[in-house]
Structures are given as structure tokens and as C-alpha cells.
Design a protein around this ligand. Sequence first.
Ligand code: 2P0
Length: 322
Amino acid sequence: MKATARAHTNIALVKYWGKKDLKLMLPQTDSLSLTLDRFYTTTKVEFDPTLKSDQIQIDGQIAKPKVAKRVSDFLTLVRERYQVSDFAHVTSINNVPMAAGLASSASAFAALAAAATWASGHHPTRQDLSRLARMGSGSATRSIFGGLVQWHAGVDDATSFAEPIEESVDFGLEMIAILIDTREKKVSSRGGMQHVVETSPYYPAWREVVKADMAKIKMAIAKHDVNEIGHIAQTNALRMHALNLAADPGFTYFNSQTLAAMATIDNLHECGVNCYYTMDAGPNVKVIYDQADRETIFNTLAAQFGADHLAVAKPGPGVEEL
Ligand code: 2P0
């Protein structure tokens, strides 16, 4: 009754920002991401008939009550789905700066969904694992798969799952994460996105933007056109963040360093280096480029932010059993 799973984070190129069903965790729109090799979570789950409650340890520490409840609620879902009556020991190690907009919940819930399911003795399809991971965190839906992944919004539990568009991405697409601030963010993704759905007058336009961007980025992926992929991702990210500014009250995840990084990338781009940026629910900036330009981009960013604040990430694999 035990299993260990490793899942990698993903960065959305066409973002998910808002739910249409909070209970079933159905998103308002489709989204598309790149799973990264560099950041991942390894989670062991062991069901134990002698336990009186779930025992959850994250990065060597007993989980704080709020986190422990979220994990325990998720385990209860797995227990109901697969008729398990025991509580579990959960031990999780993150190779991701937690809650800093580097999608730690994506790798965390993808790894937990897989480890808990496998520990229960079941080996469902990856599509089923993706649907289950969705109940923990939306972005975790996509982290079940490697490479470029689409999450179909769907209309109910059965139809809202991720699917790989291209699992082995070997046409040069790469990212550099600029780690500007890895402290926990002030506005959670969950709270931020629902505030936007409820109060941002641009929300109807966002749904149309995503529809168009999904079609465009899939064509760009089919052509292996890194520039076009980067351009679509950057525009999409800016439009997502515009929703936040236009909410009531408005808010932003950007800080001055975020804006400085964006300006540097824009400058490089104007100088003929093809690079683009995307930001999530935090101040960190992820740079999208073709690996042929890595050195130029890395050296420019290292001069500004320090090489120890940069992490080069390549496309990574889907969830695996260890
Ligand atoms: C994404 N983000 O598509 C978007 C873009 C952040 C910005 O998914 O409430 O942690 O658990 O579903 O998945 C982050 O939100 O939120 C996220 P929940 P999640 O990657």
C-alpha cells in the first residue's frame, strides 16, 4: 500500500485564469503549457491501518494546518474513489520554490494524485490521473504529462483533462526562470483568479483571446516555430495580467524587478535576439527562447540579476513512478 511518484512543474503559454465550476474545478477556458525538467516534486504515499489521521511531511517539516487540510481532503477523494479506508503517511520533497509563481501546486498535486492512486493498488490511465489531479489544483491537471500539454476545459468531471500535444519537445524550446522573489505571494492564484472572474470587465474578452491563442499556438507548435510560440505566450501573459489590473479592486503580481526584467527582454528583442517573457501568479519572469540564443540571454540576465537567480529549464517528462 505504498508508492512514490515524481511530477514536474509546468509553465502555461496560454494561461488558465478562472474557474466556471469551483466544486468540480472546471476552468473557464482551455490552456496550454510546457512541462519543465528543472522543477519537480517527489511524493511518497503509504496507507497505514494503524494511523488515526493523515501524517503529512513537506520538505522535512510537518505540514502547516491549512496545507495539511488541503492534502488530507485530496486523499479523502482518492480513498472514496478507490475504496481505501486507511489514513496515510505522505512525505513530499519539492525541488521548486514554493508558492512563488513557479507552480509548486502543479507538481505537488500531480505527484500526490499519482502516488496516492498507485499506493491504493490502482493504475488508471494518465487521462484519469489528470482528472484526479485537477481536483487538487487546476495547473496540476497538465503536469501529469510531459512536454507541450493542452488542458481541455470540458463541461463536467469526465471531460476536463489534459492531453499531450507533443511529449518529446526537441526543437530548441527552452526557458530561463528569473527568480526575483521566491517568498510566498500575497494574493493566492485561487483567490486572484476568482476575483477577476467576478469583477474584471475584460473577462468576456479574455475568453475570446484564449480561444484564438489556443488555435494559433497549436499551429505554431506544429511548425516548431519557437518565435511564434514565444510571441503568442508573451501577448497572452500580458492580457492575463491586464485582467488583474482591471479588477475591482485591481491588483498585480508584478514588482519593480518584474518590470525591469520585461524591459531587458524587450531590449534584447529589439537588438535582434528572439526572446519573450511570461509571468504567472508571482513576480518571477520566465523567458522563452530557442536554445541557440541561450548564452546571449543568460549572460545579459546574469549581469542584471546574478547568475544564482537564474534557472535554465528544458522541456521535462510527465509523472513517473520511482
Ligand atoms: C496557469 N496559473 O495556467 C495559471 C497562470 C497561474 C497563472 O494555474 O486554484 O495553483 O489550484 O486551480 O492551478 C495557478 O493556479 O490554482 C495557475 P487552483 P493554480 O498555470
